[in-house]
Design a protein around this ligand. Structure first.
Ligand SMILES: N[C@@H](CCC(=O)N[C@@H](CS)C(=O)NCC(=O)O)C(=O)O
Length: 249
């Protein structure tokens, strides 16, 4: 049986979980809520990071490699009724450099975002730290660039299908939205991005594998964030942005 090692909140792992569901592939969940010891993690990947997929004799880490592997190795499953099918490949043969550039830039967006989150765990708020503040600014430049790459009013990286790029961008945007990071991906100048996320949210695979919230040992929280966290569980409860807008009105 194939097995996925992942941490509950990871947007990278969520993209992999969604591709597994889209492909109709069963998998065993090796999920951790807290950060295991270096020794434990080193058994799973030399990066000390997950997701890692074990499929038969193959062990792969890094979401980009895993998603490429899944999309290239397994036949497509039928799309949910009335919805676009999953793309047949990780990148298009005719647009491979552009598609790879978008995927690499999405990785940078994911790392920039999880860095802000990881620093918060350690009590370092982006408002008070030069590196984290630069990650926040980088994100705004990246989001504008992604908006420019999306095509059609509905917003898609690859017309007519759900691509790995669509999945990754949605996972990172929803990661931002479900946490008290004081970040935003929404802006009036990004209508295609808003359409993409809204469309993806309706897809059964994203609902089956929701954005999960878990941050071990949070030390940074404001009173509002602590109050919000009381209503939040790993598998449910309001996102921070929903909570903040409800409390403001
Ligand atoms: N480039 C990697 C990033 C994976 C990653 O950052 N994983 C985080 C969870 S979101 C992790 O395992 N962090 C633990 C650590 O860095 O020690 C991928 O796409 O899989």
């Amino acid at each position: 049986m194939r097995k996925l090692f992942f941490t509950t909140g990871s947007p990278f792992a969520r993209a992999v979980r969604i591709v597994l569901v889209e492909k109709g592939l069963e998998f065993e969940r090796e999920e951790t809520f807290t950060t295991p010891s270096v020794e434990e993690r080193a058994k799973v990947a030399p990066t000390l990071q997950v997701p890692t997929l074990v499929d038969g004799s193959l062990t792969l880490w890094d979401s980009a490699v895993i998603i490429d592997y899944l999309m290239s190795s397994y036949p497509g499953a039928s799309a949910p009724e009335g919805m676009d099918p999953l793309a047949t490949g990780y990148v298009r043969a005719t647009e491979s450099w552009h598609d790879k550039l978008v995927l690499a830039t999405l990785q940078t967006f994911g790392v920039s975002t999880t860095t802000v989150s990881q620093l918060q765990w350690s009590g370092i708020r982006h408002e008070e730290n030069g590196h984290a503040a630069r990650c926040v600014l980088r994100n705004q430049h990246l989001l504008d660039w992604f908006e420019a790459q999306l095509t059609g009013a509905g917003g898609a990286f690859v017309p007519g299908v759900i691509s790995a790029q669509d999945i990754l961008l949605t996972c990172i945007c929803q990661f931002i939205e479900t946490r008290p990071l004081r970040l935003s991906w929404r802006a009036p100048g990004r209508p295609k991005l808003a359409s993409l996320v809204a469309r993806m949210e309706r897809r059964p695979s994203l609902q089956q594998e929701p954005a999960l919230w878990w941050e071990p040992g949070v030390t940074y929280a404001t009173a509002a964030e602590v109050e919000w966290a009381k209503h939040k569980t790993i598998h449910g409860g309001p996102s921070f942005s929903e909570w903040a807008s409800r409390s403001a009105s």
